[in-house]
Design a binder for this molecule. Structure first.
Ligand SMILES: NC(=O)c1ccc[n+]([C@@H]2O[C@H](COP(=O)([O-])OP(=O)(O)OC[C@H]3O[C@@H](n4cnc5c(N)ncnc54)[C@H](O)[C@@H]3O)[C@@H](O)[C@H]2O)c1
Length: 341
């Protein structure tokens, strides 16, 4: 294999980003696109020099010689599309959240194993500069015992974000804000502090006309014993306000903040100043009317390529993607009922 060949399924917001970063990587090519919306797939194909395109996913899988299928469709399609791709002996790179249920995640992992292909999950925030710095400190034991963590996802999604989409805000396909917005953050917390072993939550839908929550709070405990609290909403006025994680530990306090975990808001670690060479350069993904989380998809694609060339890599695999979905299920299942009287 000289170059890794990708096919991208789903030419919406994030499919476009996959295409841009794969196209820019000299060790990869995009050999096919697929979207059930003709207008979208044709426009993107033409923009990149007439990449072959398909409107039907099964036809793509029958005909493409791609090594990797990059799945950028709504959450509810992640599991069936990943399983079909694996059954055609294609490696899979699936967007977050990996799927909507643990059972689906397990079936995806099983299909990849049976067909001896890779199942890789997009978790691009792991590459944010403040996140990597914190991971290194935790791994080196510089923070001592960690007591508590607080995570805030206080973002703005305007009514059109939901009303102009045929899947956002729909319980069966989107699941809820924990899957769409908060899964990025839960992945990091599990990466640092272990599986979520206890959870309870309060959810509400205060502003948006949707089937899922737009506000929530949860208390969680991680397998390492760390206590955690989560607060999330898409109801913030006008624009994203904060995406933050604050760690309270024996030998230090760190608040990673900014609107999308891109800054260090507070850093006080025993005998360890922020390294002078740290440059906080992470940028958000821009989707027209709203901004998402970090745009480090180029790093994710770079790691996928390294893995397929059997080099040292930092790919997030299916079994880790499953842990976030398992935690989300636990939080939703342990809701404390809200009495509106
Ligand atoms: N990692 C990140 O930061 C990030 C950011 C945005 C979106 N995402 C994820 O990417 C996925 C897509 O989100 P989006 O914002 O790009 O959505 P989107 O609605 O903009 O795009 C989804 C695309 O999938 C296409 N599609 C739907 N059903 C299809 C089918 N059966 N066959 C082929 N194409 C089909 C739609 O026509 C649409 O073009 C979601 O799971 C989301 O969580 C991840």
């Amino acid at each position: 294999m000289n170059k890794v060949k990708f096919a991208i399924v789903g030419c919406g917001n994030i499919g476009k980003r996959h295409l841009a970063v794969i196209d820019a990587d000299e060790r990869a090519d995009v050999v096919a696109l697929c979207d059930s919306n003709r207008e979208k797939v044709v426009a993107l194909s033409e923009l990149y020099g007439d990449i072959p395109y398909y409107l039907d996913y099964r036809e793509l899988l029958e005909k493409t010689d791609a090594d990797v299928i990059s799945i950028c469709t709504p959450h509810g399609l992640h599991a069936p599309m990943s399983i079909e791709a694996a059954n055609k002996r294609k490696h899979v790179l699936v967007e977050k959240p990996m799927a909507l249920t643990t059972k689906d995640c397990q079936q995806m992992i099983e299909a990849a194993k049976t067909n001896e292909v890779q199942l890789m999950v997009v978790k691009q925030n792991r590459f944010n500069v403040p996140i990597q710095l914190t991971k290194d400190l935790l791994d080196a034991g510089k923070l001592g015992k960690v007591y508590m963590v607080q995570c805030n996802v206080m973002w703005n999604r305007n009514p059109e974000y939901y009303s102009e989409s045929d899947w956002r805000g729909k319980e069966r396909v989107e699941g809820g804000a924990l899957y769409t917005q908060v899964s990025h953050f839960i992945d990091l917390l599990i990466w640092w502090f272990g599986d979520v072993i206890e959870a309870d939550a309060r959810l509400d839908t205060k502003l948006q006309q949707v089937e899922v929550e737009d506000c929530g709070t949860a208390n969680v405990r991680f397998s390492s014993g760390v206590m955690g609290s989560l607060l999330w909403t898409t109801c913030v006025y006008n624009k994203n306000y904060e995406g933050s994680i604050t760690i309270i530990a024996e030998k230090g306090t760190i608040k990673i903040g900014g609107p999308y975990l891109n800054k260090i808001d507070f850093f006080d670690v025993q005998s360890f100043p922020i390294p002078d060479k740290s440059i906080f350069i992470d940028q958000p993904n821009h989707y027209g009317k709203y901004q998402g989380t970090s745009s480090n998809h180029d790093k994710v694609i770079g790691e996928v390529i390294k893995k397929l060339f059997q080099e040292v890599h930092q790919v997030v695999e299916g079994d880790e993607g499953l842990k976030t979905v398992e935690a989300i299920e636990k939080i939703y299942q342990n809701q404390i009922p809200f009495n509106r009287e």
